[in-house]
Design a protein around this ligand. Structure first.
Ligand code: SF4
Length: 733
């Protein structure tokens, strides 16, 4: 196995990212404030939930007088164990950002807005929406959201309107990962008993930047107990720096490595036989299928020597069942490649061979807390919509396993261009920046007769919208109760207002309720948020008052290892997926080439890959000035390139490079590092903001979406965001 050739110190200096340890205190000078704390009698502490990323960490926010001061983590919260990351600290200050939208706005010209009253906004939007619905049918309406928090209320709103078209960002983020795990194990997002593991493989998964604070805590515990970590990634990521070994794999070939691991585990009788016999389905076919995927074959595909692949299989087998391949996210197992879905299936199957599901130090289906519902006698239920969605999600003949309610986000502009979508709402999302091929996305969204954004700043999407209805910032509002804190426990948590709204903004539940009245569906929104939350808590025996006081409540009972139960049709882990077989889709993981390849004979040709930095959640945090300071201080918008390839092109560290392909062209400075595979360059995500209304972030860095063609994976529809080939050249002086 290749030992990493870069010292951790050097790497950290190069990237200046240390995961959860990267506190923002040196930037925010909390120490100076802390000295005054005792002198102040106006300090109030309110528990709530951070909104900096999908983790929803539970925090206590301190205010002094009416001003937000600082945050601390809530120690019992299962997903952050009392930790807060740099983003969590810095985003407190966004409530005072000068770029905030201060009242409802109506667009009256290109990038020209006029403040209007809420009543005028509701009336005009309601009338326009009803007219579009009558003329084009409810299926011409859509809502795109980040699928957290108030997602159920948004779904209710669209159900009441009669439209099945509720989208999330899944097709540009996690779609294959969730569906692959779900068809194999019945759990879309299995968790890891990382703290008790002995051997862990991070396959393109970088929990040091795509932060999971709980997992970072558990990683430390496991390391203290002597666990061994291997990172397989074309790039020397933050988690690679923490790992014992880094395997520099050719991008897009992780699937070949997984298939070869299965081959070794089976052919050398290293798999957990009793477990496989008892708890899996289709082993004989899977064993036959993987015979062809030898280590020699995989070496050709991946560039990883066959001895290393074999050693990896042996190491995993020796530590099993306290060993796993991490369930993954970006890097390889998200929406990155044409073969990402096959890859996720293969990862789940290799974990099956290790017999680690529901075992100590292995993986498990996290316990779910079942919340109560509004009483349908008093609060009418909306019609259930069967679908399929307008993009083909849920359609047996198009994307049968792409779930309704997630959809294919980057199909929206295409559907608007051909007139199938006429009006839309965008909530907690910015598709004009987060979807591929910006020119095409803008063209599509411009075709809509009505576009309404619920946002607190004028993002690219909000700037193009006909109306902007500003939701109160997360520190200014109450939301629905939340159960994302579980990991191995049962917990419930709540987001609540820490301060009064600074401007004329409203919580989402109020906006939806008022809009509903103006489009004739008010009868489905005849409840208050308090009633909704009390109904949700009723089966748990927890009062809203207690939850608001404590922020997070542990309901007792923990995940415990034991015989696994898989929520698949067979009740077993399915090497041969019955769901896929029934749909005539490949039922077993098989090798599939990536969609594109750089031209090996052309020194200018590279694959462009991308990933998060620990102090940003893609474009969501990019307009925050303290976080920008971290980027500036550490020169972090540079594009990583291998020194050997750079030398061929006459590029030195810090030189300006031109990056181009058929979709876009841009300039970035080079960071020469051996921590990147020779075939690719790495662009950090989130930069490249082009809304002039985001003054901190505007015109700063590049986005990979500027180079990504509009692709739809044939099976799931995801965007295949690492299937980019670019030309790199030194920018002439
Ligand atoms: S990981 Fe950081 S940004 Fe995300 S919710 Fe937790 S504290 Fe907030």
């Amino acid at each position: 196995m290749k030992k990493r050739g870069i010292s951790r110190r050097k790497f950290l200096i190069g990237s200046a990212v240390g995961g959860a340890s990267l506190a923002a205190s040196s930037y925010l000078n909390f120490d100076a404030w802390a000295a005054n704390e005792k002198a102040s009698e106006n300090v109030k502490v309110t528990p709530t939930l951070c909104d900096g990323c999908g983790n929803w960490c539970a925090i206590k926010v301190y205010t002094r007088g009416d001003r937000v001061w600082k945050a601390e983590g809530i120690p019992i919260a299962g997903n952050n164990l009392g930790r807060v990351c740099a983003k969590g600290h810095a985003l407190l200050h966004e409530v005072y950002n000068k770029d905030r939208v201060k009242s409802p706005l109506k667009r009256v010209g290109p990038n020209k807005f006029e403040p209007i009253s809420w009543e005028q906004a509701y009336k005009e939007i309601g009338a326009k929406l009803q007219s579009i619905k009558e003329t084009n049918g409810p299926e011409s309406l859509f809502l795109l959201q980040y699928p957290e928090g108030n997602a159920d209320l948004c779904q209710r709103f669209m159900n009441a309107l009669g439209s099945p078209n509720v989208f999330s960002h899944a097709s540009t983020c996690f779609l294959p990962r969730n569906i692959g795990w779900w068809v194999t194990t019945g759990s879309a997002k299995p968790e890891h008993d990382l703290a008790h593991s002995r051997f862990v493989v991070f396959l393109g998964r970088n929990i040091g930047a795509g932060l999971r604070l709980r997992q970072l805590c558990d990683l430390s515990k496991a390391k203290d107990r002597g666990a061994h970590f291997v990172t397989i990634d074309p790039r020397f990521s933050e988690v690679a720096a923490f790992s014992h070994d880094w395997v520099r794999i050719k991008p897009g070939t992780d699937l070949a490595l997984m298939l070869a691991l299965a081959n070794v585990l089976i052919q050398e009788n290293l798999y957990q036989k009793d477990y496989v016999n008892q708890y899996t389905e289709g082993f004989t076919e899977w064993a036959e299928q993987t015979k062809q995927y030898t280590t020699e074959w995989a070496e050709q595909k991946t560039g990883v020597p066959k001895e290393i692949i074999r050693k990896l299989a042996h190491n995993l087998a020796e530590a099993a069942p306290r060993a796993f391949i991490h369930r993954g996210y970006h890097g390889a197992l998200g929406t990155q490649y044409k073969n990402s879905f096959q890859l996720v299936r293969a990862v789940a199957c290799v974990n099956g061979l290790l017999g680690n599901f529901n075992q100590r130090g292995g993986m498990y289906d996290p316990p779910k807390v079942k919340l109560g519902k509004l009483d349908p006698q008093k609060f009418p239920k909306t019609p259930e919509l069967e679908g399929p969605m307008v993009d083909g999600s849920g359609d047996p003949d198009r994307y049968p396993i792409t779930p309704m309610g997630l959809g294919i986000t980057h199909a929206i502009p295409e559907l608007a261009i051909v007139g199938k979508l006429k009006a839309g709402f965008v909530y907690h999302n910015n598709p004009l920046r987060t979807c591929p091929n910006p020119a095409r996305v803008i063209e599509g969204y411009k075709k809509l007769d009505l576009l309404v954004s619920f946002d607190y700043v004028l993002s690219e999407t909000a700037s193009l919208s006909h109306y902007i209805l500003p939701e109160s910032y997360y520190l200014e509002r109450d939301d629905v109760v939340h159960t994302n804190h579980c990991y191995d426990s049962h917990q419930v948590a709540i987001r609540q207002a820490v301060i009064k709204p600074l401007y004329d903004t409203k919580p989402m539940v109020v906006i939806l309720t008022e809009l509903a009245k103006h489009v004739g569906i008010g009868n489905y929104f005849n409840f208050t948020l308090e009633e909704y939350n009390r109904a949700a808590l009723a089966p748990l025996g927890v009062t809203l008052e207690r939850l608001k006081k404590e922020g997070v409540i542990d309901l007792g009972g923990k995940w415990e290892p034991g015989p696994p139960h898989f929520k698949t049709p067979s009740g077993k882990l399915e090497f041969v997926s019955s769901t896929l077989k029934d749909l005539n889709l490949p039922a077993m993981p098989e090798w599939e080439e990536p969609l594109v390849e750089p031209d090996q004979k052309n020194p200018h040709s590279f694959r462009l890959i991308h990933g998060k930095q620990a102090h940003h959640t893609h474009a969501r945090t990019i307009n925050q000035e303290y976080l920008k300071e971290i980027t500036l201080l550490n020169d972090m918008t540079r594009v990583w390139i291998h020194p050997d390839r750079a030398k061929q092109l006459g590029i030195k560290d810090g030189d300006c490079m031109t990056i181009s392909n058929e979709v876009g062209k841009g300039r970035a400075r080079a960071m020469l590092t051996e921590g990147i595979h020779r075939d690719c360059v790495f662009l950090p995500s989130g930069y490249g903001v082009y809304s002039r209304n985001l003054k901190t972030a505007f015109g700063f860095g590049l986005s990979y979406n500027d180079f990504l063609p509009t692709y739809f994976d044939p099976m799931l529809g995801h965007c295949m965001s690492n299937e980019i080939v670019v030309r790199i050249e030194k920018t002439p002086a």
